[in-house]
Write a protein that binds this ligand. Sequence first.
Ligand SMILES: Cc1cc2nc3c(=O)[nH]c(=O)nc-3n(C[C@H](O)[C@H](O)[C@H](O)COP(=O)(O)OP(=O)(O)OC[C@H]3O[C@@H](n4cnc5c(N)ncnc54)[C@H](O)[C@@H]3O)c2cc1C
Length: 423
Amino acid sequence: MTSDLASSLWHKTCQEHSSSSALTGEVTADLAVIGGGYTGCAAALKAAELGASVRLVEAECFGHGGSGRNVGLSNAGLWLPPEEINARLGPKAGRRLSQILGEAPDLVYGLIETHGIKCEPVRNGTLHCAHAPAGLKDLQNRAKQLQAIGAPVVLLNQEDARARVGSDAIYGALFDPRAGTIQPLAYACGLARAAIDAGAHLHDQSPATKISRTGDIWQVETPKGLIRAKQLIMATNGYARPMQGYDIPTIVPVHYFQGATAPLSTELRQVLLPGLEGCWDSAMVMSSWRMDQAGRLVIGAMGALDHFGSSIHKDWLSRKLANLFPALAGIEMESLWFGRIAMTREYLPKIQRLQNGYVSFGYSGRGIGPGTVFGLRMAEALITGDESVLPLPVSANHTLPFAGLRGAYYETGATLTHFVSDR
Ligand SMILES: Cc1cc2nc3c(=O)[nH]c(=O)nc-3n(C[C@H](O)[C@H](O)[C@H](O)COP(=O)(O)OP(=O)(O)OC[C@H]3O[C@@H](n4cnc5c(N)ncnc54)[C@H](O)[C@@H]3O)c2cc1C
């Protein structure tokens, strides 16, 4: 098992393709964007719509990073509940971020509709499920905090939650009707196509290898090309490759793996997630599950599939599936893959200034809405010169000591948990 994107369900079922080629020769632009995930593609789209000339370079294919590997839960808000966001950012900035990200699904599904992105959009809400009676306390607390800021979330009792999920292993759930599911890689590729249609120049297979400045002009070098641009957005997030002349902001790498079954029978689809909500649970080592458009169950949890503990994660996945949905006991996984989540110490995303440019990173497992919002708004701030549109204040220099060790701590915890649980 490798971290190859091609092993993912999303690669196999992606219906969005954009024509692009590697950057060759020297070009100039108002804005250079590095990284072709949600952040970079949304930034390129917005800048082109505002009339700026844009060049985006992506090292591999569009959506190669977290954007092509995730669960596809298009959430409203961050992982942290509102009061914790306020405690970390201050009440004013915290409330503003929660409000902007609460509206992020409107933006995501709006872009999908406007640009005709073929990414299996389903906006039937999400269910944050109590994995045990004790998990309900956290959900009650979240419900209270979210309702206090006007979010239309509803706490479901055990009976209702079990009927919605089709599982007796659920003890209640927090339903968020604002959210939904998408085919995540297709959404990234569709944003890339929309940006190209709007006039941006996007280049795949074009790793930026060196960043420099001459006067007030950025130079971005790739193996066969060079971009000179007035402004720069660095959108490489958790998949950043080394670039000479640029210090990549440190993140805590947390891995998350998923498996997808073959399409389930019509009978099973009538009882397992009949309403097609996307789900995750309240366990410390969280799990998620959802259906894709063809009726495959996609289930995942924290963990990497490239080390000695991979078989522990895979064995646990079979047990978890059987415990959650006994009718699926013993079913084979058609696809198995994993990806790297970019966490920060505070579980909050960051925007930092890069002279005449920005870098954003660390959506901490919630990047579909936030990546789209941050990309659009960073581009708008640069092109219009109005920094007040940024979703949160620019942070001062960010340090994260022992990030690698913190990542190893999460991986070891997930492996040990999966070794003992659901037996
Ligand atoms: C397994 C998993 C599950 C997740 N589940 C969810 C979920 O359900 N809902 C949700 O909202 N979020 C989820 N997330 C988080 C979400 O996927 C990310 O936050 C989001 O995709 C980040 O988008 P991005 O554009 O900032 O970065 P990325 O999508 O990682 O894109 C960065 C890009 O930069 C490119 N790059 C790197 N270095 C260079 C270079 N030198 N030159 C050119 N290009 C370069 C990379 O190849 C990559 O394509 C999940 C993440 C993972 C990994």
